[in-house]
Write a protein that binds this ligand. Structure first.
Ligand SMILES: [Zn+2]
Length: 168
């Protein structure tokens, strides 16, 4: 390299940074940590092989992915970025459940204030209470899909129980 400092990879590996160095465009010398973490998890030669196998225009994205996966693996050596995905899926499931419960509550409140079917005048009190009882299962049906969500989130939690102790 004429006058230029070697890329972060070559600097760390203590080798000459060639003009066509495969790491140079993605691992600049001012960000040594980026290469250090990828090298630690995947190994420089594996990263080099991976980059050679993919088209040039996809290499920057591949490096971003490798850096992300390597840092996730450092934080969570067992699950890596799969742990992050599961954690987020768990959050989505919990929020969906909260939303469904809130919607069911709204529906029940709505039904209490405005009966869906206007009762004809000939209906006596017993018929009206029968109608209300018939409306109630609709409320419950609305809630029931959440039970799957609850089960799913319980499954994920038992699978990833340690995540409560891991901060993201
Ligand atoms: Zn280099």
């Amino acid at each position: 390299m004429a006058g230029n400092s070697p890329c972060a990879s070559c600097k760390m590996l203590r080798r000459r940074c060639a003009k066509d160095c495969i790491f140079a465009p993605y691992f600049p010398s001012h960000d040594p940590h980026k290469f250090a973490i990828v090298h630690k998890i995947f190994g420089a030669s594996n990263v080099s092989k991976m980059l050679q196998e993919i088209p040039v225009h996809q290499r920057a994205d591949a490096v971003s992915s490798l850096v992300y996966e390597a840092s996730a693996r450092t934080r969570d050596p067992v699950y890596g970025c799969v742990g992050v995905i599961s954690h987020l899926q768990n959050q989505v499931a919990q929020l969906k459940m909260q939303l469904a419960v809130a919607q069911a509550e709204m529906l029940c409140i709505h039904m209490q204030h405005e009966p869906a079917i206007p009762a004809p005048e000939s209906f006596d009190r017993a018929d009206k209470s029968f109608l209300l009882q018939n409306n109630l299962p609709q409320c419950l049906n609305f809630v029931s899909p959440t039970s799957n969500v609850i089960q799913d989130s319980l499954k994920s939690e038992s699978l990833l129980g340690h995540h409560d102790m891991v901060s993201y």
